[in-house]
Structures are given as structure tokens and as C-alpha cells.
Design a protein around this ligand. Structure first.
Ligand code: ASP
Length: 350
């Protein structure tokens, strides 16, 4: 009898231990990367059939150069802020992307640049809108965060601040590229008939603008200290007017970072990203609903943004080093690299 009692007790104890070991609330998500970096170079109707081999190779090479720049910084123990800044600067200096040199043209045939940056450790942020003569808008966004009492500066005032802080200033013609100038002319010519028929809205939100390859750039990085930083830089939308500002410099829409959850950089039709608070919503879903990064990015882009009619995508990276590319367009220029130096560079859906 005693023996039987002993056996039953042992079975019950071991069963109890097992259930405790596997209880879901005790399972902690594992850190899969000590450091990692993810970038985008814009989302849109990017189709293989419209791309020459040379152009495709040029995009892939530049994305690779950019991500390796940030990855080397992180690998050597540098900060996520430095990695995001230097990575974005490689893309700002390339005429391939709609940021810095290569920015799209406004209706008035100028280039007006927007950028933002957020530090996930302090939740501090900096942003700039509508500058025309600052070489690196992402550097200015970071300077606004570190050297001013403000989060967002715009236009002339932002340029004065940049000059005072000794940032590289350029003549506005530095941003000129023939390709972007011709895109503006094509859109203007097509819109003229619509404007004449008084349909101003249709003209601005022309389906061709909606589907053009916007080319905004963005980066999210996680450093070895567990700090997440995110940044975004853009020329906005071709043919924009009236001082239009998109989501890229709006913290919570174009950029967000929080060490407790994730970092996000957006690209796409900015008005919809502002209305959906895309970047913050992804972080909030992780914080309040305990969603994984993949679940949150997928819900925000594939459900909420799509339902409203918005197009575009995000790159996102969480505190455990998980990464996500999520977009509802035909393609998104994108790349990622983890702590094992595994590199992914892609353009089209698959
Ligand atoms: N989101 C940017 C804007 O609306 C454009 C883009 O990402 O393509 O200004």
C-alpha cells in the first residue's frame, strides 16, 4: 500500500514539474541576434519586367554597400544611432533613391527634403521638413534631437539651425537629377488636361503618382547594448505642392523606435501612413497586445493600411533581433544583415 502511494506521488510530482517547465507564461522570447540592421529604399510598382539588368545590379550593389556600412559599425561595437546615420547617408548620396541627391521634384521644380530619427533607449527624436540646402537631412534630424529643445524644425529655420551647427550646406542644384526632373515633366503634362477639367484632387493623387517608384530610404538598427534606432529620409512625392509634408518626418508614422518593443521605418503613400500612425501602431500592438513583430507588421500593413487604400511598406526590427519586411506593393528595395553576417538583398515580392 505504502509502495503504491509512493509511486502515485512520484508520478504526480513529475507531471507537475513538467507542466511548470512548459507553461507558456514562463517562456521568454529568445534573443536571436545580438545586433542586426534592416533597410529599405522605397516601395511601389517595382516590376522585374520594367527593370534593366544594369539598373537592377546598381540597386542591389548600393543596398549592399549601405547595409554593410551600418553592419560594420554595429559589429565593431558602434551605436545604432551611428549605424542608422551612416547607412542612410550612403543612400542619400546615391541618385538612385528619392532622398538627398536624387530626391523627387515639387510642382515648383524644387527639391524639398524631409527626414526623421528616433532613439529607442531615450524615446528622444528629431525631425526636419521641407529643407532645400542641407546635404544630409538625416544628419540634421539627429542634430535637432541632440542639440535643440525641439523635435521638429522646418524650412528656412531648419536651414539656419543646420548652418549654425556646422552641417554640410549645398546649393539646391546639388539635388538635381535629370531622371527625377523628367518624371515631374511627364506627370505635369499628363495632369494638365485633368487640371483644365477642374479635377484638382484627381490630378495630385493621379494613379501614376500613387504607383510610381517613390524611393524613400530608411534604416532600423539594434546595437550590442540592446539599443534600437530608426531613421527615414525622403524627397516626398513627385509634384507635391503647397508645402506638402508626408509621413517620413512624422514620428509615429514614418519612424518609431522603442527599446521595449521595436523600431520601424515606413515608405509609401504618406497621407495614409499618417492617418494610420503606422510605425507607432506596430510598436503599440507589440506592447499592448503582446503580438510578435511579424504579427504586428502584417496586421498594420496588410489589414489596416490596405483597408484604407494606402500602399507601401515598412522595415522593422525588434528588441530580440527579429526582422520583418512587410509591404503591399509589387516590390520594395530592401536588405537586412544579422549578427552572423547573413545578408538578404531583395527588390521584388519573392
Ligand atoms: N512616404 C513618403 C511620402 O509620402 C514617400 C515614399 O515613401 O515613397 O512623402
Amino acid at each position: 500500500m505504502n509502495k503504491l502511494f509512493f509511486i502515485v506521488a512520484m508520478v504526480l510530482i513529475s507531471f507537475g514539474c513538467k507542466t511548470n517547465e512548459t507553461s507558456p507564461e514562463k517562456e521568454k522570447p529568445k534573443k536571436i541576434n545580438d545586433f542586426a540592421i534592416i533597410i529599405h529604399g522605397g516601395a511601389g510598382t517595382i516590376l522585374k519586367k520594367n527593370m534593366s539588368d544594369e539598373k537592377e545590379a546598381a540597386y542591389i550593389a548600393k543596398l549592399e554597400e549601405a547595409i554593410k556600412t551600418g553592419h560594420t559599425i554595429l559589429k565593431n561595437g558602434g551605436t545604432s544611432t551611428e549605424a542608422v546615420k551612416k547607412t542612410i547617408q550612403v543612400m542619400e548620396e546615391s541618385p538612385l533613391f528619392n532622398a538627398g541627391k536624387g530626391a523627387v521634384f515639387t510642382h515648383e521644380e524644387t527639391n524639398e527634403l524631409d527626414a526623421s530619427f528616433m532613439d529607442g533607449e531615450t524615446l528622444n527624436a528629431g525631425a526636419v521638413a521641407g529643407v532645400t540646402n542641407v546635404k544630409s537631412p538625416i544628419e540634421l534630424a539627429i542634430k535637432i534631437m541632440t542639440d535643440s529643445d525641439h523635435v521638429m524644425l522646418s524650412g528656412k529655420g531648419a536651414s539656419i539651425f543646420a548652418k549654425e551647427k556646422g552641417l554640410d550646406m549645398v546649393d539646391p542644384s546639388y539635388f538635381y537629377t535629370e531622371r527625377r526632373f523628367q518624371s515631374l515633366q511627364r506627370i505635369k503634362n499628363r495632369n494638365k488636361t485633368e487640371l483644365d477639367s477642374n479635377d484638382k484632387n484627381a490630378a495630385f493623387y493621379d494613379a501614376d503618382i500613387k504607383n510610381s517608384k517613390f524611393g524613400t530610404v530608411g534604416c532600423v538598427a539594434l546595437d550590442k547594448d540592446g539599443n534600437i534606432a530608426a531613421g527615414t529620409s525622403t524627397g516626398g512625392m513627385t509634384n507635391k505642392r503647397w508645402g506638402r509634408i508626408g509621413d517620413a518626418p512624422i514620428i509615429g508614422s514614418g519612424t518609431y523606435a522603442n527599446n521595449l518593443t521595436c523600431g520601424v521605418s515606413s515608405t509609401g503613400w504618406g497621407e495614409y501612413f499618417i492617418r494610420n500612425q503606422v510605425a507607432y501602431d506596430i510598436s503599440a500592438q507589440m506592447e499592448y497586445q503582446q503580438k510578435t513583430l511579424k504579427e504586428a507588421t502584417s496586421d498594420v500593413i496588410q489589414n489596416k493600411l490596405t483597408k484604407l487604400g494606402g500602399t507601401g511598406g515598412v522595415v522593422a526590427l525588434d528588441k530580440n533581433g527579429n526582422m520583418s519586411f512587410e509591404f503591399n506593393t509589387a516590390g520594395m528595395y530592401r536588405a537586412s544583415m544579422n549578427d552572423k553576417s547573413e545578408l538578404i538583398v531583395k527588390i521584388y515580392k519573392e
